[in-house]
Design a protein around this ligand. Structure first.
Ligand SMILES: [Zn+2]
Length: 239
């Protein structure tokens, strides 16, 4: 699943994906190869545990309806592997009808699921350290959940997008999810001010409204950020 915005040009001949936005052009590793590698790792994992071999289909799903997909070649290869989320269910149904042999009976499937879940290790990947990016190099502010523009303006208790005029009450929650993924799963009032580019009292109100665990003294109080809870509260506001 990729939620990239802008024009996405798949160039399989060079194993790359180019994302073009009005401000920049970025190069990413080809996600088709990425997901095929994951499929191969899954098959190896199952083999190691003596589970039966199964066919594993791969797909790159583009979830941002604002993005434009562009293909550098007209081969069916990329067309077959890249789809939008709107046709995902249809594609799964098609694949399901192609594979009718039962390989994992319900009992075996439960066993495999249990082993997969218990083998899951939380990622220790530190993106800022890995890419040698300083915290103050990150673009601060709240981004628009609809068009990803940055920063949204705070107006009468709401976030307003300067680009598409979308209004949101909860857009800052997305930025707090980014904060957890990039920086830390706890945040102080001062850190929230700097990251979200908001005033002290606004930050305090927003963090309080998360109704999350608070630790430390008043001066250096830390708020715990739990991704699952943050994501649940974003879902209250449909885009
Ligand atoms: Zn917008």
């Amino acid at each position: 699943m990729k939620h990239l915005y802008g024009t996405l040009s798949f160039e399989p001949e060079f194993q790359q994906l180019i994302r073009t936005t009005p401000d920049a052009e970025d190069t990413f590793p080809d996600p088709i190869i990425q997901v095929q590698k994951q499929a191969s790792q899954l098959r190896q994992f199952l083999k190691k545990l003596k589970f039966p071999d199964i066919p594993v289909e791969t797909l790159v799903v583009i979830t941002n309806s604002q993005s434009r997909i562009s293909l550098s070649d007209s081969t069916t290869y990329t067309r077959k592997h890249v789809i939008r989320d709107t046709v995902l269910v249809k594609r799964i149904e098609k694949l399901t009808s192609q594979y009718t042999t039962l390989i994992f009976d319900p009992k075996l499937l439960r066993k495999a699921t249990r082993i997969l879940l218990t083998s899951h290790m939380p990622s220790t990947f530190e993106p800022l350290e890995f890419y040698r990016i300083e915290l103050d190099q990150l673009l601060g502010g709240v981004h628009c959940p609809k068009c990803d523009a940055l920063p949204m303006r705070r107006l009468h208790g709401k976030w307003v997008c300067p680009s598409c005029y979308y209004q949101s009450k909860l857009a800052h929650i997305n930025s707090l999810v980014d904060y957890v993924l990039l920086v830390s799963d706890t945040i102080t009032n001062r850190e929230a001010c700097e990251f979200l580019k908001i005033a002290k009292d606004t930050a305090r109100r927003m963090l309080k409204s998360l109704k999350t665990v608070e630790t430390g003294t008043t001066k250096d109080k830390k708020f715990e950020l739990v991704i699952d809870n943050l994501v649940k509260s974003i879902k209250k506001e449909d885009i």
